[in-house]
Write a protein that binds this ligand. Sequence first.
Ligand code: 13P
Ligand code: SF4
Length: 345
Amino acid sequence: MALTLRETLPTPLDYAGLSRDELRERILQRKSERNAVILGHNYQRVEIQEVSDFLGDSLALSQEAADTDADTIVFCGVHFMAETAKVLSPEKTVLMPDPRAGCPMADFVTGQALRNLQEEHPDSVTVAYVNSSAEVKAHSYICCTSSNAVQVVETIPEDRTILFVPDRNLAHYVQEQTGRDNIVAWDGYCYVHDDLVLEELDKARAAHPEARVVIHPEAREDLLAEADEVTSTGGMVRLAEQYDSLILGTERGLVDQLRERYPHKTFVPLSGAAVCGNMKLNTLAKLAWCLDHGRHEVVLDEGIRSRAEQSLRRMLEVSGGWQAPSEEEEKLELAGVRPKGCGCG
Ligand code: 13P
Ligand code: SF4
């Protein structure tokens, strides 16, 4: 059934009957009507990646969310990513095609549970992996992503105990890289990366001895010890430009993206079963529905949002993606000369 663009349908299921071309046309049209930007994580389905204005890892997407001029951000990723966009751009409307797309790793720790741990370690500093709720970020000193976790931890004085939440594998990797022995790790993990095992790597290596082994730091330490490179999904995309053959220890969506982009190169998933079902909840049909109906909107309590923003901005500052306004800029801003000074470098 062909629809005119003006018509909207009630549910995402109704959109699932439309052709891919119709969905794409509708998405592009509504996107421009709403002055919206589509941010897509590297694990998204290929058809979502194709309509994304910006594709990247958690760090790059948060920098983009902080900098965009769009009125609406449509986030194709998981809940904590959309929430991060809202924290950094509170004046914008942030939409998610499917609000059930959560990150099970983020659910390992709640704000209250973190506060209990902080009471046990009163002189500690809390570092929250961005894969956490806004409430957890609000109770943390600084955030980090898989691409800057080591850099972030290095900014914290060596004598301070660090509470690192919620990923135990990333915490262990940071501990090993920094040589610190005072990191208390939360016992959370990502089911996709934690399930990757050495036997699969041995098989992939035997079949592709020439390939460089690149593994995401959410994987277990025995696997990371075997990697030629440990890096974020964005780092993997950059390595794919450089090398002809990679074994990738991460979610399948990234491998699919690289195969589309470089059909003549060899990209081997460490495990064909490494699929994040949560990321895959987003479909083209739901994206079209979301833009047509302006739903589902991410809404945050302002007290939590503003405190979470501080820990995210601290991280962006460390990563060079955001700079606190200088004294002079602040004066100009107060005088109304620079009305919306966000400090973006
Ligand atoms: P990146 O920041 O490396 O894209 O990782 C996000 C994530 O959820 C990995 O599972
Ligand atoms: Fe969360 Fe793992 Fe999915 Fe990343 S891959 S969104 S950490 S469950």
